[in-house]
Design a protein around this ligand. Structure first.
Ligand code: NAP
Length: 492
């Protein structure tokens, strides 16, 4: 296939944001081997990035290691000033970044603009937190002892990120890492590298020194092999599937690296009879159909109490039928394509399985013929808890509704999963909201809301959804080591 020399989404103000080269030690590097990037809305080839292997990854590790001593010596206000400039540049290039993201990832422009703002918010937040990495002075355990705890950057960080949020999943790691004084190697998904490279381009314009942020593109396995085993990598921060994350974490343990894992979810969305129906429906649409159902915190299983069940199903069907499906670059589209053919196959499989096990199709239910990976927003009622829709992360625009009678049943079904990322709960009963939020096994709960993420709140899961937190004041902890200085003080 002939590759376009310089792909440029229509209407880009700064075409130079589209980089078809990786960034190592401040140099834009190429390679003979390329990976093509396609537009999921059309299947068209957008361009390519270098398919770098272990040798280039070793160079990136060397560059990040070499610059670490100087970067950590920057004062916190100096690091913060660069991050603030980066934040402002990201904001100023919202439209271009959104167009690049939509072209390679598929999400509607409105959502892409929202992600740019969300991504930028982490850079600003951690620029502010850079100035607040306080230590402790602890009352000594003996008369002659003084205890001081310092917080120091962990060192070189490898950030491995997925395709579903091509900017925000990077800034949520890189923001705190740089603020803490770490240097970073980013391995973006090979499906969405252009967003990562545009971000890195703006980081350089903001004045980030060469080698502090490196972006290595290419086939995952050889890059990952170096990152998880290299002695100079101090920390692996991974966002992606539970399978890959578990494998990488296990291997990283061989050299006792620090690891944080943001993995897959299987969020329950529980609606009790006493819920505000309109609020629950708004929450359901926001949580299930954002990014075409391809978010880790998407509602994956709907548990709806018998007394409100039919009204909820009817209301959701009406709202789903109003969703406008199309290419994300067209203004006004609500739901873009899925990322690839495998995603279409998974949604189709989950629909077939749910219907086979007794569910009834209300609307949608199949892929849309023609170019691109489009799937009709789908609603299935009377789904059984053993359906794949309830057992696995669907990662597509398919809502399956399970009926329940009692609070205890809802809690048991909600917790019947190895995942523990997000959960949603709709009720106007104060006591019930306390009981159920305490009983749910997960890292985040939306109580009467379907949208829970922000830079100020800790994001992360329990069980096989991972460990560590991103965003919030806790997000810095992932990139800092504690160092105790115990001083013996002679008496006068
Ligand atoms: P994935 O297949 O696990 O990939 C995630 C990243 O890991 C990609 O950059 C991928 O590269 C890379 N990777 C794959 N194999 C690797 C290896 N052997 N060595 C090093 N890197 C490797 O996940 P995905 O399909 O991109 O993302 C969807 C998943 O992410 C879902 O399960 C979703 O729930 C989860 N997610 C979780 C959160 C959270 O905060 N908990 C947020 C967003 C997404 P390539 O793409 O180049 O293969």
């Amino acid at each position: 296939m002939r590759l376009p020399e310089a792909w440029e989404p229509v209407g880009l103000v700064r075409p130079e944001l589209v980089r078809q080269t990786a960034l190592i030690g401040g140099e834009w590097v190429s390679s003979d081997r390329k990976l093509t990037v396609t537009d999921p809305a059309t299947g068209a080839c957008l361009g390519s990035v270098p398919d770098l292997g272990s040798e280039a990854t070793l160079q990136a590790v060397a560059a990040a290691s070499a610059t670490f001593p100087a970067w950590r010596q920057h004062s916190a206000p100096e690091r913060a000033a660069i991050l603030h400039r980066w934040h402002d540049l990201i904001q100023a290039h919202t439209e271009d970044l959104a167009r690049i993201m939509t072209s390679e990832q598929g999400k509607p422009l409105g959502e892409a603009r929202g992600e740019v703002a969300y991504a930028a918010s982490f850079i600003k937040w951690f620029a502010e937190e850079a100035r607040r990495t306080y230590g402790d002075v602890i009352p000594g355990h003996a008369r002659d002892k003084r205890l001081v705890v310092m917080r120091e950057p962990v060192g070189v960080v490898a950030a491995i990120t997925p395709w579903n949020f091509p900017l925000a999943m990077i800034t949520r790691k890189v923001g705190p890492a740089l603020a803490a004084g770490c240097t970073v190697i980013v391995k973006p998904s090979d499906l969405t590298p252009f967003s990562a490279l545009a971000l890195a381009f703006l980081a350089r314009e903001a004045g980030l020194p060469d080698g502090v942020l490196n972006v290595v593109t290419g086939t995952a396995a050889p890059i990952g092999d170096v990152l998880v085993s290299h002695p100079d990598i101090a920390k692996i921060s991974f966002t992606g599937s539970t399978g890959v994350g578990t494998m990488l974490a296990t291997r990283a343990m061989a050299s006792v690296k620090r690891v944080s894992l943001e993995l897959g979810g299987n969020a329950p969305f529980i609606v009790f009879d006493d819920a505000d129906l309109g609020e629950a429906l708004n929450g359901a649409v926001a949580s299930k159909f954002r990014n075409a159902g391809q978010t880790c915190v998407c509602a994956n299983r709907f548990f709806v109490q018998a007394g409100i069940y039919d009204r909820f199903v009817d209301g959701l069907a009406e709202r789903i039928d109003a969703i406008r499906v199309g290419a994300g670059l067209i203004e006004g589209v609500d739901l873009g394509p899925l990322i690839n053919e495998a995603a279409i196959a998974k949604s189709s499989g989950h629909v077939a399985d749910a219907l086979h096990k007794g569910g009834t199709l209300v609307t949608g239910g199949r892929a849309i013929d023609g170019a691109g990976h489009f799937f009709k927003p789908t609603l299935i009622r009377d789904v059984t808890p053993d359906a794949l829709l309830c057992r696995e992360e669907t990662f597509g625009p398919v809502a399956g509704i399970v009926r329940f009678d009692t609070e205890a049943q809802a809690i048991t079904m909600a917790n019947d999963t190895t995942a523990g990322l997000a959960a949603y709960l709709f009720t106007r009963d104060l006591s019930r909201s306390h009981r159920v939020t305490e009983a749910l096994q997960c890292g985040m709960i939306g109580l009467n809301t379907g949208l829970i993420s922000s830079e100020v709140a800790p994001f992360g899961g329990v069980k096989q959804s991972g460990f560590g937190r991103e965003g919030s004041r806790y997000g810095m902890d992932e990139y800092l080591n504690l160092k105790l200085v115990c001083t013996s003080v002679a008496p006068i």
